[in-house]
Design a protein. Sequence first.
Length: 187
Amino acid sequence: MKSQKSTKARLYLRYPISSVYIYNGSTILHFLLGGIGIAIGYNFSTWAGYGVGLLYVGFALVEMYVLMPLTVCPNCVYYRAENSLCISGLNTLSRCIAKPGNPKDFPKRAQGFFCNNNLYMLALIAPLVAMIPAFFWNFSFILLAVFLGVMGLLLFRFFIVFPKIACIHCSAKHQCPQAEAMGVRNL
């Protein structure tokens, strides 16, 4: 009987640009499709449809591309590492707009009701929840297709992007509560 060697995933100090594009492309597409789904689902009212759809897209983009670089990234190892590039690339933006934080505060991203992790999950799940009632008021096959597209992107993120492209190779996974929750710390 052969013994199998346990191989650990390679940690990236600088993610391949293709991984950064996959991560950000799926994120932005998720947010935009979510906003479109809300607008389509509630198009019986201009304010309800387009207003709430735009409000959602604005919230999601600000949460991801403003709050994260201001509050989470300064505490991450990628912020300090020279010539580094995290999966989102936000460490480079964070260096321009935020002062260095404390690496010991990085796990705080998952503490509290309005923590960054919860806001991020809200940004991912909110359009799906918002579209469900719209099926009863304003069903269309286009709305169904958008809903399935957003659901597909969410599943793609949970089952492919996080465990196989992003978190498994992250240099911060030993401090990150998300990596612990997903079970990729020891891989």
